[in-house]
Structures are given as C-alpha cells and as structure tokens.
Ligand binder design. Structure first.
Ligand code: HEC
Length: 111
C-alpha cells in the first residue's frame, strides 16, 4: 500500500513547485514598478530585508500595511489588505499568495 503515499507526495511536490511562479506573477504585476524588477528598490525601498522577515511579520506587512516595527507604511505603498492584488477583484491577499510572494522575494538578487 505504498502507492497512495507516493501519490500524496507527488501532489505536494507539484503544489510546492507551483508556488514560485505564482509569487513571480504577483510580484511583477503588483510590486516591481516601485520596488524594482530585482527587488533593488526604486520609488519604494529595496526588499532584501523584507525577504528575510518571518512569514508572520511579512504577512502582517502586506495585510495591514505596517512595517516590521508595526509602523504604518507611508503612501504610495498600497494597502494590499484593502485593495487586493491585481486580478483578485478587491479580495484581501490569501495566505498562499503571501507565502509564494515572499518565496519569490527570496530568489531575487536585489541589485
Ligand atoms: C506605488 C508604489 C509601490 C508599490 C506598487 C508597492 N510598494 Fe511597497 N513600498 C512603497 C513605498 C514608498 C514604501 C516605503 C513606505 C514607508 O517608508 O513608509 C514601501 C515599503 C514596502 C515594504 C517595507 C520595506 C522595509 O524594509 O521597510 C515592503 C515589505 C513592501 N513595500 C512590499 C511591497 C510588495 C510586496 C508590493 C507588491 C505586492 C509592493 N510593496 C508594492 C511603494 C510601493
């Protein structure tokens, strides 16, 4: 009865593999214009620090528009918990979206 276990593992692997492209699409569409294609910064700061924030702090930042010290972000940083990502029709980002977004940040070169 090893077969069902293998199928489960395969499904999990496939899901994990799909997380990164989703994060890339979210980043390119919603963030790169201000934070740079490589997260190096532009209108907004570089995102190297944020890539290393704990998942909880990063998720709080995206949902509540506050930094790692719980200080509200200044405009023009959007409040994603209110606006939602592009294409999500105003729905707050999901935990899976935020996780794959931060996963993608960790792959950037920041320069
Ligand atoms: C219209 C421009 C703009 C867009 C689009 C934008 N940001 Fe920002 N972002 C900013 C600005 C400006 C700041 C600095 C705010 C401040 O200093 O209070 C910032 C700050 C941040 C910070 C805090 C960085 C730190 O080290 O303190 C994070 C994390 C962040 N943005 C992530 C994102 C993500 C992820 C997206 C896409 C989902 C995004 N931003 C889209 C402008 C933008």
């Amino acid at each position: 009865m090893k077969f069902p276990l293998m199928l489960t593992l395969l499904a999990l692997t496939t899901f994990a593999g799909a997380a990164s492209p989703a994060g890339k699409a979210i980043y390119t569409t919603n963030c790169a214009g201000c934070h740079g294609a490589n997260g190096q910064g532009g209108v907004g700061p570089g995102l190297k620090d944020a890539a290393g924030w704990t998942p909880a702090i990063f998720a709080r930042a995206i949902q509540n528009s506050v930094d790692d010290n719980n200080k509200p972000f200044k405009a023009p940083m959007p409040h994603w918990g209110k606006s939602g990502f592009a294409g999500d029709h105003g729905k707050a980002p999901t935990p899976a979206e935020i996780k794959s977004l931060q996963g993608y940040l960790k792959t950037l070169k920041f320069k």
